[in-house]
Design a protein around this ligand. Structure first.
Ligand SMILES: Nc1nc2c(ncn2[C@@H]2O[C@H](COP(=O)(O)OP(=O)(O)OP(=O)(O)O)[C@@H](O)[C@H]2O)c(=O)[nH]1
Ligand SMILES: [Mg+2]
Length: 368
């Protein structure tokens, strides 16, 4: 029995001096392996091109399933196709399909575990290049204490915090930089699931370019702004509402770049100019995030009772009195006769139709 030349150095050949020290079960496994390759050699003429062995070497050194699949596909493509290689071809195909299944399974599990469960009135994901101040903003806006660093790629995995906005709580998720290694797994999944993306840029460092680079990175993940027109090119893409946050406005010479940002992107996206050390700017930012979520707070009440103004019902902007009734109870939709509204009516306590469009913070009395 001879070992094919390309396997020399690959299969450990027992040293006669130490062979007796090798445990018997291991020797059995080794012999079986040598026999297996001898069998392949017996049925297969040795006419595989050198590129095949290069690809095989790449396969052995591959770390990820994708790399392994790629190497196996090359091996399959360059292998001469004839009777002598039938078995090997089938074997390669089987290994490719097994690896494909395996990586699909892994992707599915990772999708599930990279998902961040929504809480509160809406979920906002902070996305952007490294070092723009995403984590610092999360720290200032919420109860969370993420790691903040003056070096890039500080954040390796997301941190979640709750931001109190008047009478509601909004969930804010800090993500690793879009230009970092963790982006594909984390940002991709979080951004897809979020209700709103806050694209954060550093005003002291070419913010217009940063917006461009971040939008490009998102597009590379199949995520595009919902302001883009829907046509054939947007099919299969995930359209997301995006607002821009020009951060670090306390730094020198940032007012000119804030203006550039406004004139370049102001008509396409809402823009907030913020600084982690300026609480007024953070209050403005909170307002923009709330507006960006496109939600309204509705306080329902039963006739003769006071509404609870601290526990509003969250509805999509543009919802009607009938939809509010339905949200309180499924059966109310059919039973609703009329509603009385304080806030968006012409006068307080106005009787409105079922189709009346409600506004943020309306008080609605349902008559069924
Ligand atoms: N002057 C100033 N510095 C800020 C501001 N916001 C953040 N920084 C600083 O900028 C640096 C980066 O902040 P991080 O919050 O870690 O940035 P990041 O976007 O989370 O960065 P990565 O996690 O690496 O993607 C830190 O040194 C912060 O202290 C700000 O509004 N003004
Ligand atoms: Mg960070």
């Amino acid at each position: 029995m001879s070992v094919p030349s390309y396997l020399v150095g690959y299969i450990p050949t027992p040293n006669p001096k130490t062979a007796n020290l090798i445990a018997w079960p291991f020797r059995g496994a080794l012999q079986a392996r040598l026999l297996y390759y001898a069998k392949i050699e017996a049925v297969m003429p040795a006419n595989l091109p050198p590129q095949y062995f290069e690809a095989e070497k790449r396969f052995r050194e591959a770390k990820s399933s994708e790399e392994k699949i790629e190497a196996l596909e090359i091996m399959l493509a360059i292998m001469p196709k004839h009777k002598g290689t039938d078995h090997l071809q089938a074997d390669l195909r089987r290994r490719i399909s097994k690896l494909n299944e395996e990586s699909e399974r892994m992707l599915a599990t990772s999708r599930a575990s990279f998902y961040i469960r929504k809480e509160g009135a809406g979920q906002v994901a902070l996305v952007g290049l490294a070092n723009v101040g995403k984590s610092q903003l999360l720290e200032m806006l919420t109860d969370a204490t993420p790691e903040v660093g003056d070096y890039p790629f500080t954040t390796k995995s997301p941190t979640v915090g709750m931001m109190k906005f008047e009478n509601i709580q909004i969930q804010v998720v800090d993500t690793p930089a879009v230009n970092g290694r963790e982006a594909r797994t984390w940002v991709n999944n979080i951004a897809r699931n979020a209700d709103l993306l806050a694209l954060v840029v550093d005003l002291s460092n070419k913010p217009v370019e940063q917006v461009k680079a971040t939008l490009q990175a998102l597009e590379g993940m199949g995520i595009i702004p919902d302001t883009d027109v829907v046509d054939e090119s947007t099919i299969g893409r995930c359209q997301k509402k995006i607002v821009i946050v020009g951060n670090k406005r306390d730094m020198e010479n940032t007012s000119a770049s804030a203006e550039q940002l406004r004139s370049r992107y102001g008509s396409r996206f809402p823009i907030a100019i913020s600084s982690a050390i300026d609480s007024d700017s953070l209050a403005e930012l909170e307002k923009m995030l709330f507006k960006g979520l496109d939600i309204i707070r509705i306080h329902t009440k039963t006739p003769g009772k006071k509404p609870d103004l601290n526990d509003p019902m969250i509805m999509k902007a543009g919802s009607t009195a009938r939809e509010a009734a339905e949200a309180v109870h499924k059966e109310f939709k059919a039973k609703l006769k009329y509603a009385v509204v304080w806030g968006s009516g012409k006068f307080d306590g106005q009787r409105v139709s079922q189709e009346h469009i409600l506004q943020d913070n309306d008080i609605v009395e349902l008559h069924i």
